[in-house]
Design a protein around this ligand. Structure first.
Ligand SMILES: [Zn+2]
Length: 498
């Protein structure tokens, strides 16, 4: 009989890819799952045996939408059950900086970036191509630092479009997993540019990951039409937050797109609060007035200030347009909003994806004034940081809220949306993902073990706190969390490249 590296016994193993859901023994050897069966007469031999009685074993979660791509972000996501964390909505350009930086520091989780269309667009339209290497390697931070510039939000000339497409294609050559399109942040983009990028994606047979130009049916229909006319695979980011004002109509559009067979997929994060930079085009006070949105629903992340008026909003945007804010898209204190949020995030066949943001020093905390928190390599994380809790407990909130407490989705369904569905979305273009999102022998040993009853994601917006209840986490067969404790030296994460 062969000997396995690790054997987990007595846990409830849920593999939505095959429908397997039973108490079973599971073994891993090297980077692979090598055994899965209900307990029999003979127990397989292993170097290490872990008693998982009473726990849930699931394929590691695959996050399609994570901006918090530094060491701290990865470590926080490990406690959320994540084994693969991808920056696909924004993507990167130059992608080489992001990949080199991640590889040099090492990462506990598998990671990858899409080709950043908007980053390429900024480099071209602001004539910054020769300064690109000096930008922060974290795409979200480099983008936040360029919010004071304006040209990149408007329409590009045909000559510029040619250069943007070329620069985006280069990021695909350098390992981009599809093309990230923060379209809603550059609403002046013309149809010809959108068409040219979609054609590039079709030519390379990769998906687009899009923040829609507008919220609601109009933004959604633009993307469905693009997919219909070019055949491009479109993944719509954060359906829930982008369609909060038109839930019934937008839901129907998505269901119709599924029925039509369009290569269209989507995701949501299970929070009513959104988070972005205050300089976003859709937070322009004039735009907000037109659409009847209240500035008092916006909160400055680092100070907790609720923005009292359109005038105050304009002032803060002028001061530092890269400031991170929170937005009460759904007000979870109001039962109707909470019900609408639940409806939005349980949309048929949609993935969960965190939209995690990088941690920032709280203005009142001891880290205030820290210039660049990107490179912190300290664990446990010191006090004095803030972040939207979707960075620390997205998937575990989906499980504890939607499966355990509200019973709106089965546990297997939530795990499918956290692992198997995102793996399928990626595997259409990137076959490597066929080895993920499942616990079948022969697949990658990316695995989470958690205690359903005690699972507690942090929901406090004023402090960073890892989720408790995730007991064990293996990434590529290497243990990153052991008995609820992070192993800070464990950095088995591999770059996933297109
Ligand atoms: Zn977005």
């Amino acid at each position: 009989m062969s000997t396995h590296d690790v054997l987990l016994t007595g846990g409830r193993v849920i593999d939505p890819a095959t429908g397997f859901d039973a108490v079973a023994d599971l073994a891993i050897t090297g980077g692979e799952i090598t055994y899965l069966a209900a307990p029999g007469k003979e127990t397989p031999e292993a170097e290490t045996v872990v008693d998982a009685t009473g726990k849930i074993l699931a394929p590691g979660f695959i996050d399609l939408h994570a901006h918090g791509q530094n060491l701290t972000g990865h470590r926080l996501q490990a406690f959320d059950g994540v084994t693969t964390t991808l920056e696909l909505e924004s993507g990167a350009a130059p992608i080489r900086s992001a990949l080199n930086w991640s590889a040099e520091q090492g990462r506990p989780l598998h990671y990858g970036f899409s080709a950043g269309w908007l980053h390429s667009r900024i480099l071209v339209m602001e004539e910054l191509e020769d300064k690109a290497d000096a930008l922060d390697p974290l795409p979200l931070d480099s983008w936040a630092s360029l919010q004071h510039l304006q040209s990149w939000r408007g329409e590009a000339t045909p000559e510029q479009i040619g250069r943007i497409v070329e620069l985006t294609a280069k990021q695909l050559d350098a390992g981009g997993l599809g093309i990230g399109m923060l379209l809603g942040y550059a609403p002046g983009t013309c149809a010809a540019e959108l068409q040219a990028i979609a054609e590039l994606a079709v030519q390379r047979d990769v998906p687009l990951f899009v923040h829609a130009r507008r919220g609601g049916p109009e933004g959604l229909e633009e993307l469905l039409e693009l997919s219909r006319s070019t055949g491009v695979q479109v993944h719509l980011c954060h359906f829930g937050s982008t369609n909060s004002g038109s839930l019934a109509e937008s839901t129907q559009l998505v269901l119709d797109a599924y029925a039509e067979g369009l290569p269209f997929t989507t995701e949501s994060y299970p929070f009513g609060m959104s988070s972005t930079v205050i300089g976003a085009a859709f937070l322009d006070p004039e735009v907000m007035k037109q659409t009847g949105r209240d500035p008092r629903r916006i909160i400055v992340l680092e100070t907790g200030e609720e923005i009292a008026s359109y005038e105050r909003l304009a002032e803060l945007r002028a001061e530092d347009p890269g400031t991170l804010i929170l937005g009460r898209t759904y007000d979870e204190r109001i039962p109707e909003d909470r019900a609408a949020l639940q409806q939005a995030v349980t949309l048929k066949d949609a993935a969960f994806a965190s939209d995690s943001m990088p941690v920032k020093p709280a203005s009142s905390g001891c880290m205030a004034g820290l210039e660049n928190p990107t490179d912190i390599d300290e664990w446990p994380l010191p006090e004095g940081f803030v972040v939207h809790p979707r960075a620390t407990g997205c998937f575990t909130r989906a499980i504890s809220w939607l499966a355990r407490d509200a019973q709106a989705l089965s546990l297997s369904e939530v795990i499918a949306r956290s692992s198997t569905i995102p793996a399928r979305i990626m595997s259409r273009a990137f076959p490597e993902f066929k080895r993920k999102g499942t616990l079948q022998p022969g697949s990658d040993a990316d695995l989470v073990v958690f205690d359903l009853e005690s699972l507690t994601p942090n929901e406090d917006f004023t402090r960073v706190e890892p989720t408790t209840g995730v007991d064990q986490l293996w990434v590529g067969g290497v243990q990153v969390i052991e008995d609820g404790q992070l192993k800070p030296e464990a950095k088995p994460g591999r770059a996933l490249l297109g």
